[in-house]
Design a protein around this ligand. Structure first.
Ligand SMILES: Cc1cc2nc3c(=O)[nH]c(=O)nc-3n(C[C@H](O)[C@H](O)[C@H](O)COP(=O)(O)OP(=O)(O)OC[C@H]3O[C@@H](n4cnc5c(N)ncnc54)[C@H](O)[C@@H]3O)c2cc1C
Length: 283
């Protein structure tokens, strides 16, 4: 199968943090058939690869130069509905899914719409905000695993805080249960949540919250109490607005980011005896 690809390219441009990094090859499958073929081919040949959605929770480093990337955002996708159930391809952005639902008077994505994620990336990470997680309204997902493509019901899956048990799975599409609501009310709620995010969230190139909260403390609070707000390494800094956001404010390199992570973790560990765990996937 002749699948479009590029070699020795910068993968950073396909991530929200825009940290430059070379990878061996980037594949751009254009449909589900190519995606599945590629997935099996890479697995069968023991080639190390990463599936990339919108790259909003992913950073590549110098260690990534041996990696092959499957970039999913050019895949022809679909969204459809049957009564209150919405089916959507994994490469669709949550903002687009929200708009489709809103136009069809279906409520369910007003809160999550502001997360800059594909459906696949959001399910893998169990993304969430404003007290809601993507798994809440999920009914089932279509996956490819062990050379087979099939649907799995949510009850058979495990979702936790910013994680799922889908690490070895290719997510192809999903079905969500929505409920009927007035279009204008849906839009009002959406704008309300978007405004809260606009006020609270730092501007600039980031990967969202960088570290996971602990069961008792917010990672941002711990980092702030270490006096690290505004702390910089090269072109990377801890946001002054929200200490759990690392911002690429001036052509940051992956080395800058890795050094900054080390400093943050060391400070938090020394002061609170807590080992922060990255939410962001670093390759
Ligand atoms: C400004 C900003 C705000 C954010 N706010 C939030 C927030 O409020 N809540 C929150 O939870 N997160 C938030 N995030 C983080 C991020 O958006 C989420 O983690 C999101 O789920 C990542 O989706 P993605 O498509 O960008 O995934 P990527 O970063 O591309 O990938 C994430 C993981 O999913 C895997 N993956 C992607 N697609 C597939 C697929 N089809 N099949 C199998 N695996 C796949 C990747 O291999 C990787 O392991 C924010 C990020 C930014 C930049």
């Amino acid at each position: 199968m002749d699948i479009k690809s590029s070699t020795n390219d910068d993968i950073g441009k396909f991530t929200t943090m825009k940290i430059p990094a070379k990878v061996k090859k980037i594949y751009y499958p254009k449909n589900e058939q190519e995606l599945v073929f590629l997935y099996d081919y890479l697995l069968d040949n023991n080639i190390k690869f990463v599936i990339l959605g919108n790259g909003s929770n992913t950073i590549f480093t110098k260690k990534s130069n041996n990696l092959v990337i499957i970039y999913t955002k050019f895949i022809k996708n679909h969204i459809s509905k049957r009564e209150n159930i919405v089916s959507v391809s994994s490469s669709v952005m949550l903002s687009k899914l929200y708009r489709y639902c809103q136009e069809n008077s279906l409520s369910g994505f007003e809160k999550l719409a502001s997360i800059p994620a594909t459906v696949g990336g959001a399910i893998m990470m169990n993304a969430g905000c404003f007290g809601e997680n993507i798994c809440d309204n999920l009914l089932s997902i279509k996956v490819h695993h062990n050379r087979k493509t099939y649907w799995i019901k949510k009850e058979k899956l495990n979702f936790g805080y910013r994680n799922s048990n889908l690490n070895d799975y290719l997510i192809l599409s999903a079905k969500f249960s929505c409920h009927k609501k007035d279009k204008c009310e849906i839009e009002q709620d959406y704008i309300k949540y978007l405004s809260i995010r606009f006020v609270k969230q730092p501007k600039g190139l980031s990967s969202g919250s960088f570290f996971k909260n602990t069961p008792t403390y917010s990672a941002g609070e711990l980092i702030e109490k270490c006096g690290l707000k505004g702390f910089t390494v090269g072109g990377a800094k801890v946001s002054e607005k929200h200490a759990n956001f690392i911002i690429n404010f001036n052509n940051s390199t992956s080395e800058d980011i890795l050094k900054l992570i080390k400093i943050i973790k060391k400070n938090v560990c020394q002061k609170f005896k807590i080992n922060l765990e990255e939410e962001v996937k670093i390759y």
